[in-house]
Design a protein around this ligand. Structure first.
Ligand code: EPZ
Length: 429
C-alpha cells in the first residue's frame, strides 16, 4: 500500500486549479439514470469515489462512457433494475442515492445498506420518511434495503434533521412523482442546488433549492442534457487552510467564492488576508494568527467536512480554541494521530479543546477517513521533519492529484511505496 511522505516547513506559494465537487457529482451521476436520453457530465473530479459510482451504475446496466479524464456520457436506456455488488455499494455512502433514483425509475429499488466514512452512526431514517410520504413501503433484510411502491404521489415532508443525503434522495424520488412534493427543513448545500439545476436542465420542475423549502412538481419524463459540475468548496477550503498553516501565499482558481463564505470568514477571523475574484481566491497571512472557536453546522454554517482541517490549523495557533462538531457524533478520531505529531488537544464528546503549540513534529500517522487524511497532510506540511501518512486511499477518495497539486505549490511531498519508504530521503521537489 502506497504512502504519502512529506518533509514539512515549506511555505506554499503559487496557484492551483480546484476540481469539480465530489458531493455534487455523487448526487448527479445517479440522477442521470432518470433521463430518457444520454447525459454528458463535465468537470468531474478524477477521484476514486467517482470511479466507484461509475462502476456501480455500469453494474446496474447503465452505459457509462469516458469522454475524457473529466467528462463521461451516461446512457441509462438499457438499464435493468438489478442490485449492484455488495462490495461496490458498501464502499461509498452516496450509493444510497440509488434508492431514490431506482424507485423513481422502476417503482422499486433494492440496494445493500451503504458504507462511507466511519464517524458514528449514519442512519437513513429521514430518507425512508420521505419515501414513505411519497407512497412507498420498505423493508431491511440481510443487509439489504428494498423500497417499492405502486406509484409515487407528491407529498409534504418535514425533515426532523437537516440531511444532505435525505434531501437528495427525496428529490430523486419526487422528480417524476404525481403532483407536488414540498421538502421542509431541507439541506441547503451548494451540491443540493447543483443537483436541482441538473434535474431542471433535464426538464424537471424544482424551485427553492438552496433554501429551507424545496418544491418539486413531478414531470412525466426527463431528457438527456449536458451539465458541468460546480467546483469543490471543501477541496478549496482545504488548500486555503494548508496555505495558512504553512505561512504561505497561494491563489486557488476555478472556485465559486460564495460557496465557501463560512470557511473564508473563519480563516479571516484567524488572521488570514483574502482577496476574492469572480472565480478565484488569493490568501496570505502577514500578521500573527489568532485563536478562535468553531461550531460545525449545515450550510451556510461552517461545514463539518472542514472540521479536521481547521482543527489542525488551530493546533499551531497560540491560545485555546474550541471546536464543536455539531453534525456527527464521532468525528475526532484523527486527533489521536495529531497527538503523535505533538498536538495538545483534549476531546470530550463533540467538543475538542485545542491548546496551540509552537509547532508540530513529523511522525508516522494513519488516515482514518477522507477529511481526517487531508488534515494529516496539512499537519505534515506545517510540521518540522518528516511525516509518513498511510491508508492514503481515504484521501484519494476525495482529492484529485493532491500530491501533484501540493508539489506545484512548493511542498516537499511525494507518494511512495512501502519498499521505498526505508531508503528514501525527503523527496526532491
Ligand atoms: C453528506 O453525508 C456528505 N457526503 C458528507 O461528506 C457530509 O459530512 C454530510 O453530508 C454533512 O454535510 C456526501 O455528500 C456523499 P447527512 P450524509 O445526511 O448525507 C443525521 C465528505 O467528507 N441523519 O447530511 O450522509 C446524521 O446522523 C463526506 O465528503 C439522520 O439522523 O450526511 C448526521 O448527524 C463525509 N437521519 C446529520 O443528519 C438520516 O436519515 C447529517 O447527515 C440522515 C442523516
Amino acid at each position: 500500500m502506497d504512502k504519502i511522505l512529506i518533509s514539512g516547513g515549506h511555505k506554499l506559494k503559487g496557484k492551483i486549479h480546484i476540481s469539480g465537487a465530489k458531493n455534487a457529482a455523487l448526487a448527479i451521476l445517479p440522477a442521470a439514470i432518470l433521463s430518457d436520453g444520454i447525459c454528458r457530465i463535465e468537470n468531474l473530479p478524477n477521484i476514486s469515489d467517482i470511479t466507484l459510482m461509475c462502476r456501480i451504475l455500469a453494474d446496474l446496466g447503465v452505459d457509462v462512457k469516458m469522454v475524457d479524464e473529466k467528462a463521461i456520457e451516461i446512457d441509462p436506456r438499457k438499464m435493468r433494475s438489478s442490485v449492484a455488488s455488495y462490495e461496490l455499494m458498501r464502499s461509498i455512502r452516496a450509493s444510497c442515492y440509488l434508492l431514490g433514483a431506482l424507485l423513481a425509475k422502476f417503482n422499486e429499488s433494492t440496494i445493500y445498506l451503504p458504507g462511507g466514512c466511519d464517524f458514528g452512526t449514519r442512519p437513513i431514517d429521514q430518507h425512508l420518511k420521505g419515501f414513505t410520504a411519497l407512497g412507498a413501503t420498505h423493508n431491511i433484510d440481510g443487509g439489504m434495503i428494498n423500497v417499492r411502491c405502486e406509484r409515487l404521489v407528491g407529498s409534504n415532508v418535514y425533515m426532523d434533521v437537516v440531511s444532505v443525503g435525505a434531501t437528495v434522495n427525496i428529490m430523486l424520488a419526487a422528480v417524476k412523482a404525481e403532483g407536488l412534493t414540498v421538502i421542509e427543513n431541507a439541506a441547503k448545500e451548494p451540491h443540493i442546488v447543483d443537483l436541482a439545476n441538473f434535474l431542471n436542465c433535464m426538464g424537471a420542475d424544482i424551485v427553492g433549492a438552496g433554501t429551507d423549502i424545496i418544491k418539486i412538481k413531478g414531470v412525466k419524463s426527463l431528457k438527456g442534457t449536458n451539465y458541468s459540475i460546480i467546483p469543490d468548496q471543501i477541496e478549496a477550503g482545504t488548500y486555503l487552510t494548508a496555505a495558512v498553516a504553512t505561512g504561505g501565499e497561494i491563489t486557488i482558481e476555478s472556485v465559486t467564492p460564495k460557496h465557501l463564505e463560512s470557511i473564508t470568514a473563519k480563516l479571516k477571523e484567524i488572521g488570514a488576508e483574502l482577496i476574492e475574484g469572480n472565480d478565484s481566491i488569493h490568501i496570505k497571512c502577514s500578521g500573527d494568527l489568532k485563536r478562535c472557536n468553531v461550531k460545525t453546522m449545515p450550510h451556510p454554517g461552517f461545514p463539518t467536512d472542514m472540521q479536521p482541517q481547521i482543527t489542525t490549523l488551530l493546533s499551531i495557533v497560540p491560545g485555546t480554541s474550541i471546536v464543536n462538531e455539531a453534525v456527527w457524533d464521532n468525528r475526532f478520531r484523527y486527533i489521536e494521530e495529531l497527538r503523535r505529531m505533538g498536538a495538545n488537544i483534549s476531546v470530550d464528546g463533540r467538543l475538542a479543546v485545542i491548546e496551540g503549540v509552537e509547532n508540530l513534529t513529523g511522525a508516522p500517522v494513519k488516515a482514518t477517513d477522507l477529511r481526517a487524511g487531508s488534515a494529516l497532510v496539512i499537519a505534515g506540511l506545517a510540521a518540522k521533519g518528516k511525516t509518513v501518512i498511510s491508508n492514503i486511499h481515504h484521501i484519494e477518495r476525495g482529492y484529485e492529484s493532491i500530491v501533484e497539486k501540493l508539489r506545484s505549490l512548493g511542498a516537499d511531498i511525494c507518494r511512495i511505496s512501502e519498499e521505498e519508504i526505508k531508503s528514501t530521503e525527503a523527496c526532491s521537489v
